[in-house]
Ligand binder design. Structure first.
Ligand code: 3HC
Length: 678
């Protein structure tokens, strides 16, 4: 080793017990110097006859949270993790892992290389690699089932969710629970108690097959795992552990790990891991900007959006005052919120006390003046500039000086809304996605005059209510909906040229989207933004709306629906399409799936490039985050801009040009310079 290792692992001697302490903030990831440090500690243990056992524990907030993911892209150096874990496991003197915080991924694998595990009750243990498109590649798939059985190991590896220390103790993953604040001392005493017993290598433990458990997981998750490679690779490795000797199982695991690591799915999922974290950072704002306190929320509008938005705050213990113009609308809104909470409780995901707790924080009023003491007021009425301006004019007179005034508009100009107030610096957009209590994305729209502390506070509030927030600039549709428009335009054009709604939707679903453009239209409402004049029929959509085909809610849209909302292709819709196609004079032809991709997804990338060039998104990865969390773009494809990098800008430009579609200057530049967005 030529580079001097930073001192991230130190050792302490406590008579006959050596304690190795990892200190590599923020999450004690297994960077090369940590691996080297642990290996050195194991060697120190062997060198000194007076030492009889070793404890591996961590400083800071958590036990080792995994491999250092940043090394996956930059390359590894120093000892690999398998040799470190093998050294621990082969130690003739017992090695004990002492766990607090989260022992995740490679971190959990080090505990499996130890002979015994002690944990504080609040600790969590898991192998989340699947969420990065990977599998626990340092023996996790081989050792975990030997300790906890195939069923639990398969569930943990393929799902990625951590388990509590109590459950780990019950399953045999943790041998002893320490006091919450006395782990350091308890671990030494525990180690001493194991000296006489000697080491217990996990690799030597017996293992029994359980094909039923593995098959049951596959069946239960068939929908959720559609398109993903990693959950299946995890299961294949756990299954291999039951039929191969340990070393052969390790070889199997290695091969599967490398396949995933070299593939595009894991690259995409790792990209999103960092993209999600980067999205919360606002360029050009001081890190230490003082945030405004947000303790009381006002929401104007008790419809689907207003109610969904309110639930985010109520669930986190923040009081909400909801405003409507009529008592019936308020009553309906409150009843819907209660119904939603109660259905969550019925599924066992909330207690009835929690339901009552949340409902107890909700108050309602018919008068905007009730919002005078709110710190954050979110307007969520229907999309009409005049109505919104009227509300903001009133709010300007009512709200306290420090209040943040937000509009949940999905398309309208935040600056125009802000212009009617005397405090445009307090105004911004908070664009929630429907259903607002479920969807993780929040577009935080920064107006021309929005103050830095207002923006930073909005991002912090978003984090508090569990949203992934992305900063967007003011433009029609912001980031997400703006990119939806060119997709929708081309999807309609394709209908006129011979494609069917079901063909286009199928291509999108096979690509990995939860639904295609027409299924989405039917779900959201074909009538959104419709001019509401049945006599004015200028497009296929106008014709559908004129017949009351508003989508699922009216039993018919681009598809026909039965009483259980199952769709089937509609002869009536095809007749309408044919009529418009005939009028357009364009000949009908067979449209290939490839053309559908080129004409519906490439224009999205093109719009993304325009958004970036105009500075309406801070970075390409933010655009990706919007599409993953707001629209269900398959995470294994990393978002539209990451996908564009995989496709290659030159291929996308050629595709757009072939179909006579717009090519943005930034996209063209990427194609010419072989540049990437991410
Ligand atoms: N490697 C490198 N950096 C990491 C990291 C890791 N494994 N885990 C977290 N970080 C970084 C984050 O990027 C973030 O950096 P930033 O401050 O510059 O944005 C910082 O650490 C703090 O992370 P969070 O904001 O996520 O902090 P939280 O306290 O909310 O969560 C956590 C902590 C639960 C540990 C969460 O970070 C997490 O889930 N990390 C990933 C865990 C994981 O996936 N481990 C498996 C790695 S793969 C592996 O081990 C392969 C092996 O089997 C061979």
């Amino acid at each position: 080793m030529t580079e001097t290792a930073p001192q991230t692992v130190t050792t302490e001697r406590h008579d006959d017990v050596l304690v190795a302490i990892v200190d590599n903030p923020p999450v004690n990831a297994l960077s090369w110097h940590v691996r080297e440090g642990i290996l050195n500690a194991v060697e120190e243990l062997q060198r000194d006859d007076s030492l009889k056992a070793m404890v591996l524990r961590c400083a800071g907030a958590t036990y080792i949270a995994g491999a250092d993911i940043t090394e996956f892209a930059t390359g590894m150096k120093g000892p690999d993790l398998n040799s470190v874990i093998n050294a621990m496991e082969s130690s003739p003197k017992p090695v004990i892992a002492a766990i607090h915080g989260t022992a995740l991924g490679g971190g959990l694998e080090t505990t499996l290389g130890a002979h015994y595990r002690i944990a504080v009750p609040s600790a969590k243990l898991g192998v989340p690699e699947v969420k990065l498109g990977l599998l626990p590649g340092a023996g996790g798939t081989q050792r975990l089932p030997r300790l906890v059985g195939v069923a639990l190991a398969a569930e943990m590896a393929s799902g990625g969710a951590p388990i509590s220390a109590a459950k780990a103790k019950e399953a045999g993953l943790v041998d002893e629970l320490a006091g919450e604040t006395s782990l350091a001392e308890d671990a030494i005493a525990f180690a001493r108690a194991k000296i006489a017993k000697g080491p217990r290598p996990t690799r030597d433990l017996p293992i029994a097959p359980d094909a039923d458990a593995i098959n049951a997981l596959k069946t239960a998750n068939a929908r959720k795992w559609r398109g993903f490679d990693a959950p299946y690779a995890n299961l294949a490795c756990v299954e291999a552990a039951t039929r191969l000797p340990f070393d052969e199982g390790m070889t199997f695991e290695r091969a599967e790990f490398m396949k995933l690591m070299m593939g595009t799915q894991s690259a995409a999922q790792r990209h999103i891991f960092f993209a999600e974290r980067k999205a919360s950072k606002i360029d050009g704002i001081a890190k230490d900007v003082a945030l405004r306190p947000v303790a009381k929320i006002g929401i104007i509008g008790a419809g689907t959006m207003g109610g969904g938005i309110a639930m985010n705050f109520l669930s986190k213990g923040l009081p909400v005052t909801m405003i409507e113009t009529a008592q019936e609308a308020l009553d309906r809104g409150v009843a819907t919120i209660r119904k939603n909470y109660e259905s969550t409780a019925a599924k066992g995901r909330m207690t009835s006390e929690q339901v009552e707790g949340a409902m107890g924080l909700l108050s309602t009023a018919l008068d905007l003046t009730e919002l005078a003491d709110c710190d954050l007021i979110i307007e969520a009425v229907y999309e009409n500039m005049e109505v919104k301006k009227e509300i903001f004019t009133k709010l300007d007179a009512i709200a306290k000086d420090s209040a943040i005034l937000a509009s949940n508009t999905s398309y309208l100009d935040i600056d125009e809304i802000a212009s009617v107030t005397s405090c445009p610096e307090n105004v911004l957009g908070l664009h929630f996605f429907s259903p607002a209590n479920v969807m993780k994305l929040l577009e935080v729209v920064r107006g021309a005059k929005t103050a830095d502390d207002v923006l930073a506070t909005a991002m912090a509030v978003a984090k508090k209510i569990g949203k992934v927030a992305v900063v967007a600039g003011v433009c029609h549709g912001f980031i997400g909906n703006r990119m939806l428009t060119p997709r929708q335009v081309e999807a309609m054009n394709l209908l006129m040229e011979g494609a069917t709604p079901q063909q286009i939707d199928k291509v999108h679903v096979e690509f990995g989207m939860p639904m295609g453009p027409f299924q989405m239209s039917d779900l959201a409402g074909v009538d959104i933004g419709w001019h509401r004049d049945p006599a004015r029929i200028e497009s296929i959509r106008d014709a559908l709306c004129a017949e009351g085909r508003f989508g699922q809610k009216t039993g018919a849209g681009f598809y026909d629906y039965d009483d259980k909302r199952n769709p089937s292709p509609s002869a009536r819709v095809q007749a309408i399409i044919d009529e418009f196609a005939a009028k357009s004079g364009k000949p009908k032809r067979d449209i290939s799936d490839e053309e559908i991709i080129e004409r519906t997804l490439y224009p999205m990338v093109n719009e993304g490039a325009k958004i970036l060039a105009e500075g309406k998104a801070q970075r390409a990865s933010d655009v990706d985050v919007v599409w993953i969390y707001g629209y269900g773009w398959p995470v294994y494809r990393g978002g539209p801009m990451f996908w564009a990098d995989l496709e290659g800008a030159d291929k996308i430009v050629a595709g757009l040009e072939k179909h006579g579609l717009e090519v943005a200057p930034l996209l063209k530049e990427k194609a010419e310079t072989k540049g990437r967005f991410n």
